[in-house]
Design a binder for this molecule. Structure first.
Ligand SMILES: [Zn+2]
Length: 287
């Protein structure tokens, strides 16, 4: 694959490092970045209008899940791939904007959160460069996380995004997605005011709900997950979908053990999260 030169949106001082940019995007009209900490604009053709003028009030975090940044940028910025994101955060902390925040980027796919299915229309999508589970899943460098924090803080202020609506792709699509995964430092993010987090309850031996369980306790857990925002059946039956949602919950909020088994630690962490939601957060319709 061949690349043209980068379309820099910043001042000349920001041109010193050249990013690989797909040929198709090099000819696209550039735009003013929405955030002052964006170092480069690489316009993607893959976007549309937000449905019914919906304003974004959610941030969805992803990892790129590809072996290298060149391939990831090419995929996000090439016509026909049907994927894009508003921002890409590189491992060295540089931030690239590909789609204007006012537009609807195509990052979430089939998703659900808190009664809404068109997550692309209500969210800002941020791709964090990381090879992901299929390619060794390295740790996220600190300077990359610092950049994600700074970017999210700006978006939260400008767009009035509450902390509990800064989510993982796996939260809104638990059956299909694992990103950004259990190595993503949500606790560090929360220490800087980004995302909703409580210290996970300690993992101990004891009774657990798991695949195959049928009980009122399972129903209560499903109701609690649905109240937090997850798309989960309210059946009282611990089926495969329920297990995927519990795994997604663990990846985000109890990352020391991601096994889809609702042990005491998982359930206590979920209760603590619900108890610490802002009071105006209304109970949401389940899927
Ligand atoms: Zn994703």
């Amino acid at each position: 694959m061949s690349y043209g030169s980068v379309a820099s949106a910043g001042s000349d001082s920001k041109r010193h490092r050249v990013l690989p940019v797909p040929k198709a995007a090099a000819s696209m009209k550039t735009f003013e970045p929405d955030s002052s900490i964006v170092s480069d604009v690489i316009p993607s053709p893959n976007y549309g209008d937000r449905n019914k003028g919906r304003l974004p009030d959610m941030i969805v975090l992803h990892y790129t899940g590809m072996p290298d940044v060149e391939g990831a940028l090419a995929r996000l910025c090439t016509t026909g791939t049907d994927v894009s994101a508003h921002y890409v955060v590189l491992e060295d902390g540089r931030i690239v904007q590909c789609v204007q925040e006012a537009r609807r980027a195509w990052h979430a796919g089939t998703s659900f959160w808190a009664g809404e299915e068109d997550i692309n229309s209500c969210s800002i999508g941020i791709e964090i460069v990381n090879r992901g589970h299929d390619w060794g899943y390295p740790d996220f460098p600190l300077r990359q996380i610092a950049a994600v924090i700074a970017l999210c803080r700006g978006i939260m202020l400008r767009r009035n995004v509450p902390s509990h609506r800064v989510l993982a792709h796996s939260d809104v699509a638990p059956a299909r997605k694992k990103d950004p995964g259990e190595k993503f430092p949500w606790h560090s993010m929360a220490n800087s005011g980004v995302g909703h987090w409580v210290q996970p309850a300690p993992i101990m031996r004891g009774e657990s709900l798991m695949l195959g369980s049928i009980s009122d306790d399972v129903l209560h857990m499903q109701q609690a997950l649905a109240k937090y925002g997850y798309g989960v059946p309210l059946s009282g039956k611990y089926d495969g979908t329920t297990m995927e949602v519990v795994s997604a919950f663990q990846r985000h909020f109890r990352p020391d053990r991601v096994d889809g088994v609702a042990d005491h630690s998982t359930l206590a962490t979920l209760e603590a999260l619900l108890a610490s939601l802002p009071p105006e957060t209304k109970q949401v319709a389940s899927k």
